[in-house]
Design a protein around this ligand. Structure first.
Ligand code: CU
Length: 490
């Protein structure tokens, strides 16, 4: 692949934008990993002409569709996939090649589509010059396949991850979790989705195929040569000035006048979003982190914290041909406001489908047999939980397998901490800042944004596997600096 960014790397996006958005000040700059240093290249007028007026102007590119991975082999009960974790190049800005880390060298990585009851094996080969591992976020996975931060694949090594898929349909995702550098490896591209399907969901007749669209959102910043710019901020976490959606700057998507299922993942290091659809129409949420809600919920404004997922069904037949509907981030500023735009095309598509009023039954849970409180606070040098930093040689809590526990996260800081439990799901119980959003009460979650000075209580279900897992803040700069504890399910 040829590389042809302009030379003279190192200045920020602000320097080469003439008519762009503002750029926020970032506290300190760290170099990209060695392997990602910009390549030498010549500026050609063709390269410059091939750019849009500004490569950062929103709605210039069509939404890229994330490729889907094909099994290397299948049996009656199992699909086997193979991925290589390696460096690659992505055309994030038109006319530029952006160095990335990627699953098979692609950003975002290829989607794995799994079926409940069929095992998936993913052979991950590490072609990076440093260790990595893979965490299936939201998955019920035996501890040795969970991607615990200390279970790593050395450079040049490989590991077969076994995923039983013994849980309900859900929009899961997978990413690097080797301890201490996830803020950089995820930022540079080691993220993708894992779509788990099941019979019950299939019977609902939800939009499928090209009308079921996975969407990965992450904020980024750029150097003059088109490479990603990473500025470490261990307090608030990284904040970029540009929104990438499936690897393109705030793209547009031509849609037919019919219903679509849109699955959103916030793969940002530390940025929270508040999604809102233009023209005042609500977003009909059908699923959250852990799969389908018991019933659909129309929402005007949908907060999406790092690592959270939310699935909507949007009925574009309510708009006329030629209309342009923007999905925007109410909590953004400048280039982090527009997320994407839907461009309505063609005549109304006749559709039998209606979103069912009941989607899934809630499972009964055992009564809780423990209550625990986790204080989220800044220690002397880093964010901590109950005054502790991650120590792989220490077990911080031992829930009983199959039990439920009431966990209360107390945030006495002025930062958001998206708290995530590996291997298990929970239900929302209480927020001190106000009522729990209805949609959050009607489904499973695996990550919850604990807002500044807020106390959040959840009911966690420690089933089905025993073993060592972690729970941690999913602001990646916080997690890398050990805002993470270890639990052993016994
Ligand atoms: Cu945090």
């Amino acid at each position: 692949m040829s590389v042809r960014p302009p030379a003279d790397a190192g200045s920020s996006r602000r320097d080469f934008m003439r008519n762009g958005f503002g750029s926020i000040a970032l506290l300190c700059t760290v170099a990209a990993p060695d392997a990602l240093r910009p390549r030498k290249a010549t500026v050609t007028s063709a390269a410059i002409r091939s750019q849009a007026k500004s490569p950062f102007a929103p709605f210039q590119r069509d939404l890229p569709r994330i490729p889907e991975l094909v099994p290397v082999s299948s049996t009656r009960t199992r699909d086997t996939y193979a991925l290589t974790v390696r460096e690659g190049l992505a055309e994030v800005l038109p006319g530029f090649q952006t160095p990335i880390y990627g699953y098979d060298g692609v950003y975002p990585g290829p989607i794995i589509r799994a079926r409940k009851g069929r095992e998936v094996v993913v052979r991950q080969t590490n072609a990076l010059p440093f260790e990595t591992n893979v965490h299936l976020h939201g998955g019920y996975v035996p501890a040795e396949h969970d991607g615990h931060p200390m279970d790593i694949i050395p450079a040049g090594g490989s590991f077969d991850y076994h995923y039983p898929n013994d849980q309900d349909a859900a929009t899961l995702w997978y990413h690097d979790h080797a301890h201490g550098r996830t803020s950089k490896t995820l930022y540079y591209g080691l993220v993708s989705m894992y779509l788990l399907e099941d019979e019950l969901e299939a019977e609902l007749g939800l939009p499928q195929g090209e009308f079921d669209v996975p969407i990965v959102i992450a904020d980024h910043a750029f150097n003059k040569d088109g490479s990603f710019r990473y500025a470490e901020n261990v307090d608030i976490g990284f904040r970029g000035d540009t929104i990438l959606v499936n690897g393109a700057v705030s793209p547009r998507m031509a849609v037919q006048r019919r219903r679509y299922r849109l699955r959103f993942l916030n793969a940002s290091n530390a940025r929270s979003y508040a999604l809102r659809l233009g023209k005042g129409r609500p977003l009909l949420q059908i699923a959250g982190d852990g799969g389908l809600l018991t019933r659909p919920v129309p929402r005007a404004r949908v907060p999406l914290h790092p690592a959270e997922r939310t699935d909507f069904v949007i009925d574009f037949s309510q708009y006329g041909p030629g209309e342009e509907i923007t999905l925007y981030n109410e909590d953004g500023e400048g280039g982090t406001v527009p997320i994407m735009r839907f461009d309505i095309t063609g005549g109304r598509v006749s559709e039998e489908f209606r979103v069912p009023t009941r989607l899934r039954d809630a499972e009964p849970l055992p009564a809780p047999n423990a209550r625990r409180t986790w204080n989220l606070a800044l220690g002397t040098a880093a964010w901590q939980i109950n005054g502790l930093s991650f120590d792989p040689n220490r077990i911080d809590v031992r829930p009983r397998r199959g039990s439920t526990e009431v966990w209360t996260f107390v945030n006495n800081s002025n930062r958001v901490h998206p708290m995530h439990l590996h291997g298990f799901l929970f239900r929302m119980m209480d927020r001190s800042s106000g009522p729990v959003e209805l949609a959050d009460k009607l489904g499973w979650k695996d990550t919850v944004g604990v807002l500044p000075n807020e106390t959040v209580t959840v009911l966690a279900w420690f089933a089905p596997y025993a073993g060592k897992y972690v729970f941690h803040c999913h602001a990646l700069e916080h997690a890398d600096k050990a805002m993470m504890l270890q639990m052993e399910i016994v």
